[in-house]
Design a protein around this ligand. Structure first.
Ligand SMILES: Nc1ncnc2c1ncn2[C@@H]1O[C@H](COP(=O)(O)OP(=O)(O)OP(=O)(O)O)[C@@H](O)[C@H]1O
Ligand SMILES: [Mg+2]
Length: 223
């Protein structure tokens, strides 16, 4: 699924002070392309992912996924569009606290009515090194384990668009490399259009393009 962003602007008000986060931002990502997004803390990376996922509305601009602008879509159509096409790995994981690791990962498959959701979820968790943590609840998992559950939950539906917010942020170097290798192999296999927000230069180098978010714009960059 291709992504085209046109003149996207987003601001917030903090009291009466206006914080302009994205300013007339433009970007194009082809189907199956894997792009890294770099940028300082507070530059608007997470905000950009929320807008592309349709979780927040911009103040101005268009976000086309396969030529369809999602900005005017209502909540109900967006929810069903997301369930079918798009996954997010949140910076703060957002796991469901009363479900086990295995149930968290199989849930998106159950929502779209897939058979064998439990065994598919289990296989993916095993691939990410969590075969011994299937029945643990989020509060019984370490930060890096929660992060891997969140990654598995995002990948399990084989989404056409994958938005990952610092997916290796809580993993030690060795685990991070292993997990990101599995992650990149899977998104390549499924030709998912992938945006990865990261501070990890090694990970950014494995992406096809690197964009930097600066002063509200995305600019092409190299490392
Ligand atoms: N709901 C909100 N209300 C007010 N300001 C907000 C809101 N959400 C984000 N901001 C502000 O917008 C700016 C961008 O935030 P965002 O979370 O997108 O940054 P980021 O690039 O993801 O940073 P980090 O690397 O630290 O995760 C920040 O200055 C933040 O304070
Ligand atoms: Mg962020």
């Amino acid at each position: 699924m291709s992504l085209e962003i046109k003149n996207l602007s987003k601001h917030f008000f903090q009291g009466t002070a206006k914080i302009e986060v994205l300013r007339q931002l433009n970007a194009k990502v082809d189907t199956g392309e894997i792009v890294a997004i770099l940028g300082q803390s507070g530059s608007g990376k997470s905000t950009l992912l929320s807008l592309i996922a349709g979780l927040e509305k911009p103040n101005e601009g268009e976000i086309h996924l396969d030529k369809k602008d999602i900005v005017p879509m209502d909540e109900k159509s967006l929810t069903s569009f997301r369930a079918k096409n798009l996954s997010l790995v949140f910076q703060q994981y957002h796991l469901v606290s009363h479900l086990t690791a295995l149930e968290n990962v199989s849930l998106p498959l159950e929502i779209i009515g897939e058979n064998q959701s439990l065994s598919r979820a289990e296989n993916l968790l095993k691939e990410l090194g969590l075969g011994h943590r299937l029945d643990h609840f989020p509060h019984q998992l370490s930060g890096g384990e929660c992060q891997r559950v969140a990654i598995a939950r995002a990948l399990v539906t084989q989404p056409k668009v994958l938005l990952a917010d610092e997916p290796s942020g809580n993993l030690d170097v060795e685990t991070g490399e292993k997990v990101m290798t599995v992650f990149l192999n899977l998104v390549r296999q499924h030709r998912a259009t992938t945006l990865i927000v990261t501070h990890n230069e090694n990970l950014a180098r494995q992406c096809q393009r690197i964009l930097r978010l600066k002063e509200g714009h995305l600019v092409e960059t190299t490392l």
